[in-house]
Every structure is written in C-alpha cells, then in structure tokens.
Design a protein around this ligand. Structure first.
Ligand SMILES: Cc1cc2nc3c(=O)[nH]c(=O)nc-3n(C[C@H](O)[C@H](O)[C@H](O)COP(=O)(O)O)c2cc1C
Length: 325
C-alpha cells in the first residue's frame, strides 16, 4: 500500500524509499553497502560544488567516483550561479540518472556564498537555477529544499511552484527551516501543502527512523515517497527492514552482532579500496562508532578503534570484541 515504484521523469525507481544525501557519509562505499543490504529506490552522492566542477577541481571530481555502482543514482550539485550550475550539470550528467540540486544545506560556509538553503530567500533565483539546469541536460532534474529560511520566511509552497514551473521532475522537502538546522519538529503540514500544490512527485524527509514514522509521513502528508538519512547510520540495512515492514512483514529480525561484524568488515574493505588505508580507516571510524553504538559495553572498543591506523588491527580489535559479547 505504501511501497510503490516511483517515476521521476523517465527514470523508474524500484521503490519509493530513498537514501538521503549526507556529506561525509554517503560516499561510494556506504552507498554500495546501503544498496546491498537495504535496497533504497534511489541513492544520491554527497553534495558536489558546481564551482569545483566548473573549474575542474580534482578533489571535487573525486565525488564522481561511481565505480561499479548499481543504478539508478542521483548526483547532487550545489551553487547559486545559474550559468555555473548549467555547466556543472553538463559535466556530471553522463555519470548520473538524475541531477539533484541542493537548496537545503544550512552550513555557514555554504550559505555565506548564497548557496544551499540561502536560495530559499530568492524565489526568482530558484526558478532561474532550475530552468538553466534543466536546459543543460536530458536527465531529470530534482530539487531538495527545506521549508524556508526561518519562521518569518516560510516559502516551501512558493518555492515548490517555482521549481515545478522551471521544469524539475520531483521535489524533496525536509520539513524544517534553515534556522532550525536539525532541531525542533518536522513540519508535516507544510510538506502536505507542497504535495497538494504541485503535480510532480513530492518526497517527504525528516526524522524518519522507523516504519511507524514512515507511515505517519505517508498518511499525514500524502507524499509519493520518503527519504531517510540519519535513521540508518550504523544500520545501512534499515531501509530494507522498513520496506519489508510496510509490506506487511511483522517478523523482522535484528541483525545479530556477528552479522553486523561481517557488514562492518565488508564496509571497511570497500572504504580502503576506494580511499586507501590511511583515509579509509579514518572515514570508517565514525561508521564503526555508529555500528557499535547500541551494542553491549562498546564504549571502550569504540575509543580504541578511534586510535587505530592499520586494517588488520581494526579487524582484530573488533573480532575480540564481537567474540566477547
Ligand atoms: C551529516 C549530514 C550531512 C548531510 N549532507 C547533506 C547533503 O550533502 N545534501 C543534502 O541535500 N542534505 C544533506 N543533509 C541533510 C539530509 O539529507 C536530510 O535532509 C536531513 O538529515 C533530514 O533527514 P533525516 O532526519 O532522515 O536525517 C545532511 C545531513 C547530515 C546529518
């Protein structure tokens, strides 16, 4: 009843539960693990600077590593210069199935340049950027927004209209303002209003951590799909569990500690393969902390792993821990 295929332009998603883009988290190896164990309908890269792409910045281009990745995939770009966004789109479109534009990032270093959620203060510019991006590619363009800049500037509905008029094929709404960052309640009323206003698919986002949260989002707002971010940290299989529960399965079993250990090892191998041991191990530290968070007596092992630099040592330490619980 809730789980459906979702069409975004000419791209058909197998299901309507999407993995949220998260800078510093949803890199290639994490997306691969999420797809293998949770099968979200769509995954998205971390946000990529349109200026970095435009100026051929090598570090920026690393985000385009999509090696052997199962499709479909969305590439998310950010920026506030419509011409640069158009040119960046031309550079990435051959890698992507969908181009997503970030209009929600609250980070000071992003908004100080007029990018991310700062765009919500300028509806004309929103229209112009989406229009130029759409013009630059045959791939469907989608946009991810917040509800507004702050409580005095709630623009979700007007922004959604501008985005649809400019030719975007779907909108994701994180139900908070920029000012709220990640605190306070997600505003489901505004997500509902956006859904009632536009004809293109609307994806609801914010604080979905369980099947019951997902049902609440679907029932209250009528959205076509949902997007989950922080709720899967340390549990990259969780989207699969939520899909299964929404399909009526009442017997979803938690992963055993040993199953978790196997997934951590696989994730670690991928991360090292993609980024090398030095960076890969450091990237994995936060993931390992999330994986171990709710396991018995894990605080000490988390501290130890945070100091380790060699793959074999990390695995040995985790093996001893998992054997002990
Ligand atoms: C660490 C982190 C990084 C994020 N990076 C991005 C990003 O690159 N692009 C984006 O559109 N949203 C980004 N977000 C926002 C999420 O995609 C999502 O909208 C938000 O976390 C709310 O959903 P959730 O409650 O399911 O996590 C990020 C969030 C977090 C926690």
């Amino acid at each position: 009843m809730y789980i459906k295929k979702l069409n975004i332009g000419n791209v058909e998603l197998e299901n309507n539960i999407l993995l949220a883009p998260m800078a510093g988290v949803t890199d290639l190896s994490f997306r691969k693990i999420c797809k293998k164990y949770g099968n979200p309908g769509l995954v998205c890269t971390e946000m990529i600077s349109s200026k970095g792409l435009y100026y051929n910045d090598k570090k920026t281009e690393q985000f385009l590593e999509l090696n052997e990745e199962k499709r479909p995939i969305a590439i998310q770009i950010f920026g506030s210069d419509s011409e640069v966004m158009g040119e960046a789109t031309k550079k990435v479109e051959s890698y992507a199935d969908i181009i997503d534009i970030n209009m929600g990032c609250p980070a000071p270093k992003v908004v100080k340049n007029g990018d991310g959620s700062k765009l919500l203060l300028n509806l004309e510019l929103i229209y112009k950027i989406v229009k130029q991006t759409v013009k630059s590619t045959d791939k469907p363009v989608t946009v991810k927004i917040r509800t507004g800049w702050d409580a005095e500037n709630i623009v979700a509905v007007e922004a959604a209209k501008a985005i649809e008029d400019a030719g975007a094929k779907a909108i994701t709404v994180h139900g908070r303002t920029r000012e709220q960052y990640y605190s306070g309640q997600v505003n489901l009323d505004l997500i509902k209003k956006v859904k009632e206003t536009v004809k293109i698919p609307v994806i609801g986002n914010g604080d979905i951590k369980s099947a019951s949260d997902a049902i609440k989002m679907f029932e209250y707002t009528g959205v076509d799909g949902i997007m989950i971010g922080r709720g899967i940290l340390g549990e990259p299989w969780k989207i699969g569990d939520i899909i299964s529960e929404l399909q009526g399965n009442t017997d979803i079993k938690d992963k055993t500690p040993m199953e978790k250990f196997e997934i951590i090892k696989e994730h670690l191998e991928l991360e090292i393969k993609e980024k090398g041991e030095y960076v890969g191990i450091r990237e994995m530290r936060k993931h390992i902390c999330w994986y171990l968070k709710n396991l018995k007596d894990s605080s000490k092992v988390r501290q130890i792993v945070n100091q380790l630099e060699i793959k074999e040592e990390v695995i040995k330490t985790l093996e001893e821990y998992f054997n002990s619980i």
